[in-house]
Design a protein around this ligand. Structure first.
Ligand code: ADP
Ligand code: MG
Length: 370
């Protein structure tokens, strides 16, 4: 067990890293963040920041000297860097697990081997002739194999000609996926400690707009789906021999759950847990990293999360005073400088005793923030 006041390492300086720092601080740990951006928002909250690229061997060695265990806030940290760190100290999740989650080709292959249903898909390489594709695959979504997030690196294509053009634009290996008629989107965030204990947050339901998470409802309140999602997620976490926090994104199609993708970290849709659960996803991340006991899943309060994208700032600063006057409103601003369209600037979680109240306040909030 790694006990406070040990120093923990975080690869990545965004909002997820920032919340990890806050959870670690609450428990009495110190945190050193590694991020190339000297003004990173997690670095600003941390005890120390190493400003360097994620593949800077010297910086990684320095990180290993300064802390006793390392985790990451996003899946695009090079797996080779995690493997390098693993020679010196515990890295959770392991390089082998992050490697699977950071490449859609590996991820799809892993999910298929694990016997988990996924959307019909195939790998395509730029500068290679297209294989013969069945018409039933269209309309489809072309997704870059690596580095995509918030719907970036994705193109909807309805025929072979559009596909050829999109693949040329991408210029990188891609996965082509059939666009499915979604009945709903769900996510399950769970943690596994080195000693094998598992703790899951409740299943949540998500609504996206333009590929970016717009709204989350926690808990989703669909017991049959929650049981199935847990079964699948626990199967995956075991198959990956995973330690840390993992989020599994699901599609509901024809009443059945398919796995969309996995995130080897806390997730935007897990943010309600900061305000409606006894132990939030970031405390789970700290506990799993340090092999502390994991809590039993407790009841959570009804909560609706609304993401605050940079677009909201178009006509000036949103009406925070009005928002904060509503009962049960938890405002989270990440402290990012520039409010660009589509950039996640913060979120609001509305909690309450019952759904009717939460929904009413969320509606008022939406109207207020535009
Ligand atoms: P990201 O890494 O950007 O989160 P996703 O693969 O999760 O990429 O896609 C973002 C969103 O786009 C999904 O949450 C979903 O709303 C939509 N989407 C992605 N793939 C499909 C699909 N095969 N069919 C229908 N909608 C999809
Ligand atoms: Mg996704």
């Amino acid at each position: 067990m790694i006990l406070p006041p040990a120093t923990l390492g975080m690869l990545g300086g965004g909002q997820l890293g920032r919340y990890f720092v806050m959870a670690a601080h609450r428990l009495g740990y110190q945190v050193v963040v590694l991020d190339p951006d000297p003004a990173s928002i997690a670095g600003a909250a941390a005890d120390q920041q190493i400003v360097a690229a994620y593949d800077d061997a010297e910086a990684l060695a320095e990180l290993a000297r300064r802390c006793v265990a390392v985790t990451c806030e996003f899946e695009n940290v090079p797996a080779a860097s995690l493997a390098l760190l693993e020679k010196h100290l515990p890295v959770r999740p392991a390089a082998s697990a992050v490697r699977v989650c950071q490449d859609r080709r590996e991820e799809k292959a892993f999910l298929t081997r694990a016997g988990v249903p996924v959307a019909p898909n195939l790998t395509l390489l730029p500068n290679e002739p297209l294989p013969a594709l069945p018409d039933t695959l269209f309309p489809a979504i072309l997704k870059t194999a690596r580095e995509g997030y918030d719907g970036k690196g994705q193109w909807t294509v309805t025929n072979g000609a559009e596909l050829t053009a999109a693949l040329a634009t991408s210029g990188v290996p891609c996965v082509l996926e059939k666009r499915l008629p979604l009945e709903g989107e769900f996510a399950l965030t769970l943690a596994r400690s080195p000693s094998g204990a598992i703790s899951a947050l409740p299943l949540v339901q998500n609504w996206h707009s333009g590929g970016i998470l717009d709204q989350t409802r926690s808990p989703a309140n669909v017991p049959t789906l929650e049981a199935e999602a847990k079964r699948i997620a626990e199967h995956l976490i075991a198959a990956l021999d995973y330690v840390g926090v993992l989020t599994v994104e699901f599609f509901l199609v024809d009443g059945k759950l398919l796995v969309n993708e996995m995130a080897p970290r806390p997730h935007n849709s897990g943010h309600p847990s900061i305000d409606n659960a006894g132990c939030c996803q970031f405390e789970l991340q700290v506990r799993a990293l340090c092999d502390l006991p994991l809590p039993k899943q407790a009841e959570v309060q009804p909560a609706i999360l609304l993401n605050l994208l940079g677009d909201l700032w178009q006509h000036g600063t949103p009406d925070w005073a009005g928002a904060l006057a509503l009962p049960g409103v938890h405002l989270h601003l990440y402290g990012k400088g520039e409010a660009r369209p589509g950039r996640k600037m913060g979120h609001v979680t509305v909690t309450g005793q019952d759904w009717q109240t939460v929904e009413a306040h969320a509606r008022t909030l939406r109207a207020l923030l535009g």
